[in-house]
Design a protein around this ligand. Structure first.
Ligand SMILES: NC(=O)c1ccc[n+]([C@@H]2O[C@H](COP(=O)([O-])OP(=O)(O)OC[C@H]3O[C@@H](n4cnc5c(N)ncnc54)[C@H](OP(=O)(O)O)[C@@H]3O)[C@@H](O)[C@H]2O)c1
Length: 349
């Protein structure tokens, strides 16, 4: 089968589409025929060596790439009880669903024709959601949901600001915050104002014309995908019991990623010195209950994934380069052509 692999850290040029052996599912795993996958800043960081302390100092130990996946089950492991061959599923494919810290995000390799995933990390795809849409959400939606609900403790009627509202995480965060009944303000650039309004934001702030930290408004929750303001500026826009959740971080070059993380930590330190305001930096963790909730939100139309561009499997380097430019509108998806058997079974009009 064809798969994207990398044997050295570097720019997206290190990625190669190679012929490798088709994997065999373990007892609790499923073999998925990939119909779509999506690109996250996580993968950009992996190839550039941001996780080299976990994945090998000099060269990557895990050479496959891609976590978010949607596809059809080709084969089930012998202990699998909840799925059968032919089921359409989506979720994430990671090496060890029980790993701790960042280690949990070690890819199984969704950028391939086939990939194995643990049954606990997948759910059935709603019929009214396309494979590309389903594949676009898992990592970004875990981040938005857990950041707003568990860390931001979002409640009905609260004022929530999403900085970076037009990106992969931000477009989901706007919709998830609305599903909790919050009054949402999205920060984005001029060209994305209409998009952010169309997914439900009550107010939009154009960051090219206005600095939201100088607007005089205060928020109960600030959900920050960008982390580009000083601690004191962030403090100005938070209500006395406000919570600031920073999810921005590893994006692009690993030195840049480290800088952003240090900056977020510094903001955390400064904010924690004031009253009862709280700052939280966190790494999302996959879990099945949240995946089911995300499935439900999509099935009922409360969340509609925003897809910027679709690329083919051999175009993964271009897809990653595009995401690294930092201007994606929603998610960047890898779409696999339907296989011959599907095409033959499609009735002709
Ligand atoms: N903590 C976690 O577990 C976790 C999980 C996933 C992702 N993340 C992190 O979350 C961050 C966001 O991820 P993502 O997938 O949403 O990234 P993304 O899709 O690449 O974000 C791009 C978006 O950011 C907008 N943007 C750029 N500069 C901006 C600014 N100054 N103000 C407001 N918006 C701006 C861009 O809009 P314009 O083109 O209009 O500028 C674009 O729409 C990344 O740093 C990622 O590493 C963390």
């Amino acid at each position: 089968m064809k798969a994207i692999v990398y044997h050295h850290y570097g720019t997206p040029d290190v990625l190669k589409c190679e012929e490798i052996e088709k994997p065999t599912p373990g007892d609790n795993q499923l073999l998925i025929r990939v119909r779509a996958a999506s690109v996250n800043p996580l993968e950009c960081g992996m190839i550039r060596g941001a996780a080299r302390f976990v994945n090998g100092l000099r060269k990557p130990r895990v050479t496959r790439l891609g976590v978010d996946v949607a596809g059809e089950i080709e084969e089930v492991g012998r202990n699998v009880t909840q799925f059968q061959s032919g089921d359409a599923v989506f979720g994430i494919c990671i090496r060890n669903p029980h790993a701790s810290g960042v280690g949990i995000w070690s890819c199984q390799g969704a950028f391939a024709e086939f990939v194995c995933a643990h049954e606990s990390t997948l759910v059935k795809k709603p019929d009214n959601v396309a494979f590309e849409q389903a594949a676009s959400v898992p990592v970004a939606a875990f981040t938005a949901l857990q950041g707003l609900r568990d860390k931001g403790r979002i409640r009905f009627g609260q004022k929530v600001l999403i900085n970076g509202a037009s990106g992969g995480v931000g477009t989901l965060a706007v919709q998830i915050a609305k599903s909790f009944g919050a009054e949402v303000t999205g920060v984005c650039s001029t060209r994305n104002l209409e998009l952010v309004r169309s997914i439900g934001a009550d107010h939009v702030i154009d960051y090219t014309r206005e600095d939201f930290t100088k607007s005089g408004q205060r928020y109960d929750v600030v959900f920050d995908c960008i982390v580009n303001h000083s601690a004191l500026a962030i403090r100005r826009v938070m209500n006395l019991k406000g919570i600031y959740v920073a999810v921005g971080g590893p994006h692009g070059h690993w030195l840049g990623a480290m800088f952003r993380t240090l900056m977020a930590l510094f903001i955390a330190f400064v904010i924690s010195r004031f009253a009862s305001r709280k700052l939280i930096i966190f790494i999302a963790r996959p879990n099945r209950d949240d995946l089911n909730l995300i499935r439900e939100l999509m099935a009922t139309g409360k969340v509609t994934p925003v897809i910027d561009r679709c690329y083919g499997l051999t175009e993964v380097p271009q897809a990653i380069r595009y995401l690294e430019e930092g201007h994606a509108r929603g998610k960047v998806v890898i779409s696999m052509p339907q296989q011959r058997s599907d095409l033959q079974s499609t009735p002709r009009g």
